[in-house]
Design a protein around this ligand. Structure first.
Ligand code: FE2
Length: 268
């Protein structure tokens, strides 16, 4: 199965910019690239910070675009989102019995669980309390032995970044306990505005960059908190015996300085 992971759109009203970037233009370019090259993907997951300040206009702009996008899309919320405003615009989006933006789906035998870790202002950290955990337990029960793909905004552990580790998901220990004995194939998150992969207590994970501003890995590498580094989306290939995550810097892709016919027919 192939699917797409995007995160941290930070959308504002059409025409507005965030830290010099045009988030809506970035999203348009990203969705067009995916539609052109990965129309065979099963779905696309967007792991939060859909809007920069939870504005109605940002969510409306996103909704308009997703209505024209060929893949099913699962949306999670991040610390920049506003849950009530999101549901005002995305009235048909899945909502659990306690009002959280949590989505369960099945594709090719994989259970897709997109969970809501939005804590709310003034905190930028993530929260996953008992009222949300009970939904996840039920969905994990439903999944049974099936492999599970988890999508969420906040990493539930320290990633080794001084700023980001202050605003990770709270109570990662309790969160990890939810997955004991479960068949978690992979965990996907955003929030860090960086490409990363690894494993947490045996659970493989991937984080993708933002489509707008990024967070420099090394403090002081640029004189500003945020940086201008390539936006990327992830193309994920999952099979029973492997998981492959490709990061595609779609805006920075251009031909090499070579004859278009050079180096063809020699790949054996
Ligand atoms: Fe973000």
């Amino acid at each position: 199965m192939k699917f797409i992971h995007i995160s941290d759109l930070h959308l504002v009203a059409p025409g507005e910019r965030v830290w010099g970037f045009d988030p809506l233009a970035r999203l348009d370019a990203c969705l067009a690239d995916i539609a052109a090259h990965h129309g065979d993907a099963s779905f696309c997951a967007i792991s939060g910070d859909l809007a920069e300040r939870g504005e109605v206009s940002a969510y409306k702009a996103l909704k308009e675009r997703l209505e024209r996008f060929p893949l099913p899309v699962y949306l999670a919320l991040g610390n920049h989102d506003d849950r009530e405003t999101f549901f005002d615009v995305f009235g048909d989006a899945p909502r659990d019995d306690d009002g959280y933006a949590q989505t369960a789906a099945v594709h090719d035998g994989y259970s897709i669980l997109s969970i809501d870790t939005l804590k709310g202002p003034p905190s930028s950290a993530g929260l996953y309390g008992e009222d949300r955990r009970k939904w996840l337990r039920r969905r994990l029960d439903d999944a049974g032995e099936s492999p599970v793909l988890v999508f969420m905004h906040h990493p539930p552990f320290d990633i080794g970044h001084d700023l980001m580790d202050r605003i990770k998901l709270e109570d990662g220990e309790g969160f990890h306990g939810l997955f004991a004995g479960r068949n978690i194939k992979h965990m996907f998150f955003g929030h860090a505005h960086r490409a990363m992969s690894g494993q947490w207590r045996g659970i493989p994970f991937t984080g993708v960059p933002s489509l707008a501003h990024q967070l420099p890995l090394a403090g002081g590498a640029v004189p500003t908190v945020y940086s201008d580094e390539p936006p990327m989306y992830a193309v994920v290939l999952v099979e029973q015996d492997r998981t492959v995550v490709h990061f595609d810097a779609f805006l920075n892709r251009k031909p090499a300085q070579m004859d278009p016919e050079a180096e063809r027919g020699t790949w054996s």
